[in-house]
Design a binder for this molecule. Structure first.
Ligand code: BEZ
Ligand code: FE
Length: 286
């Protein structure tokens, strides 16, 4: 093609991605080319602006290690992670919606028994009883579903950001009983800032964006024969509930704080009903 113009180059490059064994790959790459070219046209991008954007991506790459995923943080603050979650949730409104995983998950948290605790002895903070059920999308209980739960301490820090906490503090896994129920004790999590010591932090600062995440419990729920869900639970009275930095809050994941009396005194209580979708029989498209 010798006579490319700004009106023909997009189709020319998109067509170069028209052949693959996977039709989905063709759809993704041609869609990406069209969308990126559309953005460049819309904002009339200059070479120096493109160079600055690339320099930013190089910094995101340099900051990324095995334990620090700056690209995922970028995806999170750009709302991409949440948009992917929301698209899936719109297709399956009957199951628990997903919400970002975040960077502080650790595998192999201790398995606790019903009524057990996630916290080390004497953990400061507002006591919280977290209980609920796991069912399928029709409300049929699921026995032996596994809930993997983690959250930050009253200081706002996760155990893997704070040398004064045990590795597995405020983390645990629990199996549902024969009625699909679970109950555990922990403390109320605190709002905290997303990591700001990298290029994504510079981006948020440059646009005077709030880095705060609304206080939340992270939960991954899995069960044999069902699709796992990575999600979070929120508290409606948190000051950041309407300005969560990664757009992770969903109405059905947000609880009005209610208090009960226990041997730990006045205790916050959350009762959440998780709904899982049976594993799809369709082969994955990628
Ligand atoms: C978090 O929940 O820990 C988190 C999620 C997304 C970005 C940063 C932190
Ligand atoms: Fe978190």
């Amino acid at each position: 093609m010798r006579d490319l113009t700004q009106d023909t180059i997009t189709d020319y490059i998109a067509a170069s991605f028209a052949s693959s064994q996977s039709p989905r790959h063709v759809e993704l790459m041609t869609g990406l080319v069209k969308c990126l070219h559309g953005f460049i046209r819309e904002v009339d991008l200059s070479h120096s602006e493109w160079a600055k954007l690339l320099a930013f991506f190089y910094r995101v790459g340099d900051k990324t290690t095995e334990t620090r995923d700056e690209f995922m943080l970028l995806s999170d603050v750009m709302g991409i992670t949440s948009l992917v979650d929301l698209l899936a949730s719109t297709k399956n409104p009957e199951v628990t919606p997903a919400s970002p995983l975040g960077p502080f998950y650790l595998e192999n948290a201790p398995v606790i028994q019903q009524g057990g605790t996630l916290c080390r002895a004497g953990e400061p903070g507002i006591p919280l009883v977290f209980k609920g059920t796991v069912t399928n999308e029709h409300g049929v209980k699921i026995e032996n579903a596994l809930l993997d739960i983690w959250h930050n301490a009253d200081s706002g820090l996760y155990s893997n950001e704070d040398e004064t906490q045990d590795d597995m503090n405020n983390r645990g896994r629990i199996y549902t009983d024969e009625q699909g129920r679970f109950t555990l004790n922990t403390i109320r999590p605190k709002p905290y800032s997303v990591p700001m010591d990298g290029p994504v932090g510079d981006l948020l600062n440059a646009f005077e964006r709030s880095p705060w995440r609304s206080a939340h419990l992270h939960v991954v729920v899995s069960a044999q024969g069902y699709e796992s869900v990575i999600t979070e639970l929120f508290f409606s009275d948190c000051e950041y509930i309407d300005i969560d930095a990664v757009g992770g809050v969903r109405p059905s994941l947000t609880h009005e704080p209610s208090y009960i009396n226990t041997e730990r005194g006045e205790t916050l209580s959350i009762d959440h009903h998780f709904r899982l979708r049976p594993l799809s029989q369709e082969p994955a498209s990628l």
